[in-house]
Design a protein around this ligand. Structure first.
Ligand SMILES: [Zn+2]
Length: 229
């Protein structure tokens, strides 16, 4: 099963959900209805995940971010194993226009495909528990975890293709430290790559080397049309 596992297949499924929501939600929709619509769309595509939203008053008005979690034990027991939490400070009747709907869906897409990668890792090792010395309160320790390096390599490849296209991403990856800093149209080509370099700050650190190698392989094999823009 895993020998012919194709990452792009998972991505295409999530992209379908996001493009479907994008088409039907535009030109505008209330925030609370948008979340409801996304939830229903995943269900309709038989993608089992939970989406919760949490109001965080200390965030800036209309700010939001998405966190996601995969639980190997739930997956093993055939229970819903992926949870998304939308942290926000948005009034439920706030109207989202096309641009915000798109930005929101990009975050949803990125979070889901990242967790799909963790799901793949769990299933590939037959849900065997791996105990590693990861300090989740320490970003460096967390980002060095082999599972995270593997999942973030996929996230970085997606961000790069989205902002630069495949050919330029492959070309620029040879100077990864510089690539981490470039900001076409004012946004980082890959904000995740930027975070890795800011923390490890060394092109020759074992974590960065492993990461870049994996990003490179994804860039070569990922199907550009599987990515949600
Ligand atoms: Zn992760």
């Amino acid at each position: 099963m895993f020998l012919d596992y194709n990452v792009s297949t998972d991505l295409i499924d999530v992209r379908k959900v996001c493009t479907g929501v994008m088409t039907t939600a535009c030109p505008q929709l209330e925030f609370v209805q948008l979340v409801r619509k996304i939830r229903k769309a995943f269900k309709r595509h038989h993608i089992d995940l939970e989406i919760h939203s949490k109001l965080v008053p200390k965030l800036l008005l209309n700010e939001f971010y998405v966190n996601a979690y995969y639980c190997q034990v739930d997956d093993k027991n055939n229970e819903c194993a992926i949870e998304l939490v939308v942290y926000h400070n948005i009034k439920s009747d706030t109207i989202f226009a096309a641009e915000q709907i798109g930005q929101f869906l990009v975050q949803i897409y990125d979070a889901v495909v990242h967790e799909f990668r963790h799901r793949y890792q769990g299933r590939r090792r037959n849900f065997k528990c791996v105990h590693r010395d990861v300090d989740t309160n320490n970003t460096m320790s967390y980002l060095s975890d082999p599972d995270e390096v593997d999942a973030y390599a996929l996230s970085i490849s997606i961000e790069l293709i989205r902002h630069l296209g495949k050919a330029r991403s492959v070309q620029y990856l040879h100077r990864a430290s510089r690539l981490a800093k470039i900001r076409p149209k004012g946004l980082y080509a890959s904000v995740t790559l930027f975070h890795y370099f800011r923390l490890f700050d060394d092109e020759y650190s074992p974590v960065i080397r492993k990461l870049i190698k994996k990003v490179y392989l994804h860039l070569l094999t990922l199907d550009e049309t599987a990515i949600f823009y």
